[in-house]
Design a protein around this ligand. Structure first.
Ligand SMILES: [Fe+2]
Ligand SMILES: [Fe+2]
Length: 190
């Protein structure tokens, strides 16, 4: 074997994330997903820490619930030594980003969330494409599809609340694209 990881940590019902099989070639992707979700949890928790506007807080509270579920789900697919050493960095980066953007008001927060979630949707899609036709791993694809639908809802809600994008949001998007690409590349390795 050697090309497969079967985590036993999830227990419970057969469809629980911990009972899903992950192909060995996708461990780096799941590691990135797990680290990214730790960043997402941190982003939404930080919104609750730094933003006072009730509308943004309500938005963050609802999204935080899904991100905590995603984090636990991906965490259950990885053994302790398969998780990224950079999880604390992702958490800190999420918090620092929100602390800065909160100074510019809710629209800056929505622009950042929209850019982050859009990146996650595309990131999951690449993994779904690679799982296409690999029937042994259909349950993993199902999990990714379910989480991707959550991220798509988060993205669309952020876009709707932000309204028409301006030069500020284009700058935020560019900044997030560059920093996420760097973080993903490094996290695949460590
Ligand atoms: Fe998520
Ligand atoms: Fe999300």
């Amino acid at each position: 074997m050697g090309d497969m990881n079967t985590s036993k940590s999830g227990g419970g019902e057969p469809g629980a994330p911990g009972n899903l099989r992950v192909p060995g070639d996708m461990i780096p992707d799941i590691r990135v997903n797990h680290a990214g979700e730790s960043g997402a949890v941190s982003i939404y928790r930080s919104i609750l820490r730094y933003c006072r506007a009730e509308e943004v807080r309500d938005f963050a509270r609802r999204h935080l619930d899904s991100e905590e579920k995603h984090l636990a789900g991906f965490g259950a697919l990885l053994g302790p030594r398969q998780k990224s050493l950079l999880v604390p960095f992702w958490k800190l980066a999420g918090r620092a980003q929100v602390a800065l953007l909160s100074l510019f008001g809710p629209r800056a927060i929505y622009a950042a969330v929209q850019a982050v979630e859009d990146g996650v949707v595309r990131h999951f899609q690449k993994q779904l494409d690679r799982l296409e036709g690999r029937d042994d791993f259909a349950p993993l694809a199902e999990l990714l599809r379910e989480y991707q639908a959550d991220e798509r809802r988060h993205r669309d809600e952020a876009a709707e609340k932000m309204g028409p994008p301006g030069p500020g949001s284009a700058l935020i998007r560019l900044k997030i694209r560059i920093s996420s690409a760097c973080a993903v590349a490094v996290t695949r390795l460590v």
